[in-house]
Design a protein around this ligand. Structure first.
Ligand SMILES: [Zn+2]
Length: 459
């Protein structure tokens, strides 16, 4: 059996990083044996929503609950684990078959009581993808709760789920598993599998898995074929660079040492490092170390965003690196360059910062079709009192539309996207928008490839 299957969480206690949720769920299951609740689980991808839905379904049906956890041994738990009962249905609303299933399941079969389990459970993944029609059908069903049936809805985009549905569910917010918790989980697994490891290697695995425990465990499985799970094996097998490698690489850019820089690119290729992953690794590194050397790291982020965008046009990725980095290490590409020309009507709220702002040499300021949206976003940007955030958003973000209390922000830079999706930054921007608009406002961040963005503007 693969490690990923072996260590797939089977009860609430083995689901890591979501203790704020699992504690409540266990208490709830213990106190009223599941009640007649419907649940809505939301949060980023790969944070365990689907695993939790299955655990929850088992807990609601388990014949011998263990402190709120399903036992995984009784007939009900086993039949769900083995997928042998029609009383437990998982539907992916994002797929075409999902739409048909909803019609069949929700309209045609919901009236019948369960045949094997205590409760019929419907898990609808990516529920925000349902059509208006399907939401209405779902609403009619959950408006009249039955003891013999429960819905567990999961989504990455809770703001797209109608309020009428949300208000009839118990809502749980999943978070990304922090690297430190991921590493300690991986350590536990290595120990119980008797695998030799070094923590730095687990750190790299945690980073490139981006919060997805299942992927991380899969990588451990693969790397362990080479023997010890150490940095050399991880970088070799997964085609990623070590953190010291990234540091050296950035040093060459800073020194404008093209000879060393190009040699380092050649070395990465020889080591079998995937250059697309490397660019992402660098961007993650920048995010983690931003405040150590802010102007320079933001400057580098522009270079790597451009590299990522260019990679698809170059059959040989090393050339994309060399072309872009050649530009960024040229005589004219000073890290600190002259201030950008201010827009004629831009309100000046804050005094000019002492250090001249960085102008990304690559991207022109992005234009927007709608003047109201543009001026709203300009006002937001002018009020931001965090210089790094302001710089990151300027010229790389725009408001594409406003719908009720949601402002849709389009970004054309992966680094800007990461900055804006950071919880504290997001909350801060939402607070500024709420003040400006006089009502509680949320933002929805969407990334758009720069070329697509401009192309769309031309049509
Ligand atoms: Zn059980």
């Amino acid at each position: 059996m693969s490690l990923a299957n072996k260590y797939r969480p089977k009860n609430f206690d083995t689901l890591i990083g979501q203790e704020h949720i699992t504690g409540i769920l266990k208490a709830k299951i213990k106190s009223d044996k599941g009640g007649h609740s419907n649940y809505l689980l939301f949060g980023p991808r790969w944070t365990g929503k689907t695993s939790s839905a299955r655990i929850l379904a088992k807990a609601m049906n388990c014949l011998q609950l263990q402190d709120g956890n399903p036992c995984n041994e009784c007939a009900n738990c086993q039949t769900i684990n083995e997928g042998k009962t029609l009383d437990y249905v998982e539907i992916d609303a994002a797929s075409h078959t999902g739409v048909d299933n909803i019609r069949e399941e929700i309209l045609d079969k919901v009236a019948y009581p369960p045949t094997m389990l205590k409760k019929k459970i419907y898990v609808i993944d990516e529920v925000h993808m349902l059509s208006k029609w399907a939401f209405n059908a779902l609403l009619k069903t959950i408006e009249e709760p039955k003891d013999t049936m429960a819905f567990i809805l999961a989504t990455t985009e809770v703001h797209k789920v109608p309020d009428t549905i949300v208000s009839r569910c118990q809502v749980f917010n999943f978070r990304k598993v922090p690297d430190s918790e991921m590493v300690s989980r991986l350590e536990d697994i290595c120990k119980s599998e008797n695998l030799a490891y070094d923590p730095a290697a687990l750190g790299i695995i945690a980073k490139i898995s981006e919060g997805c425990v299942r992927d991380a465990v899969k990588y451990i499985d693969q790397v362990s074929i080479l023997g010890e799970v150490n940095e050399a094996h991880v970088t070799k097998f997964l085609g990623v660079a070590s953190e010291s490698g990234i540091k050296d690489f950035l040093g060459h850019i800073k020194n404008k040492d093209r000879e060393q820089l190009f040699a380092a690119i050649t070395t990465l290729v020889q080591q079998g490092v995937d250059l697309q992953n490397f660019a992402k690794q660098v961007l993650m590194y920048l995010d983690a170390h931003l405040f150590e050397d802010m102007d320079f790291l933001i400057y580098v982020s522009h270079a790597f965003t451009e590299i990522l965008n260019n990679l698809r046009y170059y059959p040989y990725p090393a050339i994309a690196y060399k072309v872009v980095l050649h530009k960024y290490t040229g005589e004219t590409a000073a890290v600190t360059v002259s201030a950008p020309v201010a827009a004629p009507v831009a309100p000046v709220v804050t005094p000019a910062p002492a250090a001249a702002p960085v102008t990304p040499p690559v991207s022109a300021p992005i234009a927007s079709g709608n003047n109201d949206n543009t001026s709203l976003w300009e006002q937001v940007l002018s009020r931001i009192d965090r210089e790094s955030l302001q710089k990151s958003l300027k010229d790389h973000s725009t408001v594409s539309k406003i719908e009720e209390n949601t402002v849709f922000v389009t970004v054309i830079n992966k680094f800007t996207q990461a900055a804006l999706e950071k919880q504290e930054n997001k909350a801060y921007i939402e607070w500024l928008l709420s003040q400006l608009l006089g009502k509680q406002t949320f933002i929805h961040v969407q990334f758009q490839n720069k070329d697509d963005f401009f192309w769309e503007g031309l049509i």
